[in-house]
Design a protein around this ligand. Structure first.
Ligand SMILES: [Fe+2]
Length: 253
């Protein structure tokens, strides 16, 4: 077959060779909702164990699960989270699931966080990283102040799924650059790369990868039916690129 015709019929996808078989290069997941019954994630221990077996099967080694801490809905404390974590750890041993399992939290930024910062009562991972989330609906004026309080107290702030906040991505990326100027770490959701949260979130996550702004990736796993999306994301060339990125901090945990 002449070359030009072959190129039209079978275009060479340079990334095909680098597509991923699994998530073993990621090593650790830092965002999921796997402690049963304490937030909008796993409802019971059986479901948690099924999800953990799936995470083990796709090549992950360490899970830092991150239940919501939101003062007016999921008012979890360090104690309730750690008690739930112990329950899951015991079940993992019993069931011989080959994963390290730890608990952190996904802290919603509101005024109640100030008290926790003062008491140094925050669950951290790695080099004193704290995972935080913001409102999807409206830009919170308090956010920059809380980022500052966290940093002054010695925490490194990791913003969960920055690609999903419309008031940031609608602002021409300037908001993201100014967050980076404030030394905020970014954790994008794997599912964003499949378009699961819409075109804007996908485009934003991809551009963040292009601009080397991504520090962590996370599954943000809540339910068993989200597992197929993790498989689907392995076919994304951006997934391949971010897991190959040598500064991806998941690998350091
Ligand atoms: Fe989450």
């Amino acid at each position: 077959m002449i070359d030009w015709l072959r190129n039209i019929l079978f275009p060479k996808d340079k990334d095909t060779t680098s597509l991923l078989a699994d998530y073993s290069m990621m090593v650790a997941d830092i965002h999921s909702h796997l402690i049963p019954g304490i937030d909008d994630g796993s409802p019971d221990l059986d479901t948690t164990l099924q999800m953990l077996r799936e995470l083990e099967a796709i090549g992950l080694k360490k899970i830092y699960t991150s239940p919501h801490v939101v003062s007016d809905s999921y008012n979890n404390s360090t104690d309730t989270i750690l008690a739930g974590c112990e329950l899951v750890q015991n079940a993992i041993l019993r069931e011989k699931i080959n994963l390290e399992f730890y608990a952190i939290a996904e802290y919603y930024l509101d005024e109640t966080l100030t008290e926790k910062i003062k008491r140094k009562d925050l669950l951290t991972f790695g080099k004193n990283y704290v995972l935080v989330e913001l409102s999807y609906q409206q830009k919170q004026n308090i956010a920059n102040e809380l980022f500052y309080q966290l940093q002054v107290a010695g925490y490194r702030v990791v913003l969960a799924h920055p690609e999903r906040y419309p008031y940031y991505y609608e602002n021409n990326f300037d908001s993201y650059h100014s967050l980076k100027d404030r030394s905020i770490y970014f954790q994008i959701n794997i599912a964003s790369l499949t378009g699961r949260y819409g075109r804007d979130a996908r485009y934003t996550a991809e551009r963040m990868i292009d601009e080397k702004m991504v520090d962590f990736v996370g599954t943000d796993l809540h339910r068993l039916n989200q597992i197929p999306v993790l498989h689907e994301a392995l076919r994304s060339k951006y997934m391949s690129r971010i897991l190959s990125y040598d500064k991806l901090l998941n690998k350091t945990l």
